[in-house]
Design a binder for this molecule. Sequence first.
Ligand code: ADP
Ligand code: ADP
Length: 233
Amino acid sequence: MIEFDQVHKAYEVEGRAIPALQPTDLAIQNGEIFGIVGHSGAGKSTLIRLINLLERPSGGRIVIDGEDVTGYGSDNLRAFRRQVGMIFQHFNLLWSKTVEDNIAFPMKLAGIYSKEEIRARVKELLERVGLTHHARKYPSQLSGGQKQRVGIARALACRPTILLCDEATSALDPQTTQSVLRLLADINRELGLTIVLITHEMDVVRRVCDRVAVMDAGEVVEMGPVTDVFLHP
Ligand code: ADP
Ligand code: ADP
């Protein structure tokens, strides 16, 4: 479970504190697909970047599976980051590396996997995302949907328990969005992964999310099952 206990965040800019997230309580259950919606500037990215400690909270506690991670130093952080995969709107792939090398990259970086483990895992992930025949290509030779599949495979490489998706389908056409969402739902079901996804597309939320938080001006203004939040009169 991902728990926020009165977590808040202000960015320090030229000595001034810019508030981005008001004190927030959250409990995201293991295995659920949790959506975060809201206008630009509402605090969605800040919230998701707090979950993997890319940003540090200004106050409050972040507890993952019962463990307080708020004060994690660099040693704990390395292991913790392997537990949390992330995918991005613009994929953030390495353009000079092949598909298979992009997927292998986080495992190599981790320094705890043998060559054989990496090779076997990459093969398995290529199959899972349907890119086996594109393993030796470069990202520039792929469609947007295929690039995001590489992003997903890379995010899964170190067997995370949490997958964070930051506008992961926003750069894709509706048909490609559908197939990427289907893949995410399969991964959620088959691997039992917790998925937290930011989107400005209501259709994405309705299609895959179990629960949703609506954010506005740094606050969670509504939270609940998708059917309750979006279908009431
Ligand atoms: P969203 O993802 O919903 O668009 P953000 O979390 O990116 O919202 O931003 C929330 C607020 O925090 C905005 O006012 C934004 O300008 C500000 N903000 C975000 N990141 C930074 C940063 N690195 N430095 C200063 N202000 C930031
Ligand atoms: P889209 O998201 O519309 O499919 P691309 O995947 O082509 O667009 O690009 C996503 C991001 O990666 C953009 O910011 C783009 O500038 C950058 N990018 C694309 N191709 C390359 C490349 N060969 N080398 C470096 N950066 C690239």
